[in-house]
Design a protein around this ligand. Structure first.
Ligand SMILES: [Zn+2]
Ligand SMILES: [Zn+2]
Length: 108
């Protein structure tokens, strides 16, 4: 077997491997269940009572991040132009208030 023969066989072998890989990928794509992309519906179920709603909690839980929990008309708390979920309806007291309280309790 000459060197060119070996190279030729190597080429054929690599070609076959490539084709088999492509075939496997193709067959797998046939069997993999196609994920049907649902149309983006802004209607969700309330986190507290499962009623359908299109309101979301806009409480800021981190800088630049809002809660976004779906909340219905019954469970929302409207404050200003935003809605808040029951968990975030009560504004957290600022840390200075706690410090003030601790200072006062120490003085007494
Ligand atoms: Zn609800
Ligand atoms: Zn919330």
């Amino acid at each position: 077997m000459s060197q060119t023969d070996v190279l030729g066989w190597l080429f054929v072998a690599s070609f076959i491997v490539m084709m088999v890989c492509a075939l496997i990928a193709f067959i797998r794509s046939l069997f993999v269940r196609r994920t049907i992309v649902a149309p983006a519906r802004q209607l969700r179920h309330c986190h507290w009572c499962r009623n359908e709603t299109d309101l979301f909690c806009k409480a800021e839980i981190a800088p630049g991040r809002t809660c976004e929990a779906p909340v219905c008309y019954r469970h929302r708390t409207a404050r200003g132009e935003h809605d808040y979920c029951p968990r975030h309806a009560m504004p957290a007291p600022p840390p200075t208030a706690f410090r003030e309280l601790a200072r006062k309790s120490r003085l007494q």
